[in-house]
Write a protein that binds this ligand. Structure first.
Ligand code: BTN
Length: 245
């Protein structure tokens, strides 16, 4: 990971560039990274606040030889890798909020967006978009996210070397991708669950058509959250906004 790096002082979205690069054959491990994004995007078509020179805005192209049904597992690989990288360099251990947010003190420090290019039986590439809030002060954030976002600097009082953190993230993505290939998904899932701030908690899951409350009991191998309702029924949650109660 990181032998091929495309660096931009400013771009619209590293995710869009990485998707194009992947379609044009960019090798496994290519990183697209920018100091600033003018149209950073998040899950569910949301905008992602990507101010200049303060955060890490990067997309990593990986090409694991797997069938598409296993692709969502790499979102969890990425969440564990970034958690480890942050833990190594900051002494803060983020909690993973299902599916993919990393929180410190209940506020979002990292968002992950994964996109898939595949045909019926083979993954061509997975593009892992990673946004880490690193050296922002509260004022660097858009007013609309000030109450829900945080940065490593806000949590620790220290400025961080972003290049060092990028290198750590690349190191751990490679390490856990290799672990996945050698040992399967089980060890990654265990790590994910151990860092999870969602499993074991009472949560509210807001979906397009309904809202469900219950206890998050586990995730499946596909990354589906298993919610135990008060009547004992288990519901699989595929996509939702989660509030931890
Ligand atoms: C989310 O929490 O909704 C995911 C946010 C992902 C943001 C990153 S920043 C680098 C990459 N480029 C984008 O436009 N988005 C991702």
């Amino acid at each position: 990971i990181g032998r091929n790096i495309l660096y931009f002082p400013v771009c619209e979205s590293t995710q869009t560039i990485a998707s194009e690069e992947a379609r044009n054959g960019a090798p496994h491990g290519t990183i697209v990274i920018a100091e600033e994004q003018t149209a950073g995007r998040g899950r569910l078509e949301r905008a992602w606040d990507s101010s200049a020179n303060k955060g890490i805005w990067m997309s990593v192209i990986i090409r694991p030889k797997i069938s598409p049904q296993y692709a969502p597992q790499f979102t969890l690989v990425a969440a564990v890798a970034i958690t480890k990288a942050i833990e190594d360099l900051s002494n803060c251990t983020p909690e993973i909020k299902w599916p993919n947010d990393l929180l410190i003190s209940g506020k979002k420090v990292t968002g992950i967006l994964t996109e898939l290019q595949a045909d019926m039986d083979q993954v061509h590439s997975i593009i892992i978009g990673i946004g880490v809030n690193v050296n922002q002060s509260i004022k660097s954030f858009d007013e609309t996210v000030q109450s829900i976002a945080t940065s490593l600097k806000m949590e620790t009082g220290n400025d961080f070397n972003r290049a060092e953190l990028v290198a750590k993230i690349a190191y751990y993505i490679e390490k856990y991708t290799d672990m996945y290939v050698e040992n399967g998904f089980a060890p990654i899932k265990l790590l994910w669950e151990s860092y999870s701030g969602t499993i074991g908690k009472r949560i509210k899951a807001t979906m397009l058509t309904e809202t469900l409350e219950g206890v998050a009991v586990s995730i499946t191998n596909d990354g589906v959250l298993q919610l135990k309702l008060d009547n004992g029924e288990i519901k699989g949650i595929y996509s939702a906004d989660i509030d931890i109660m």
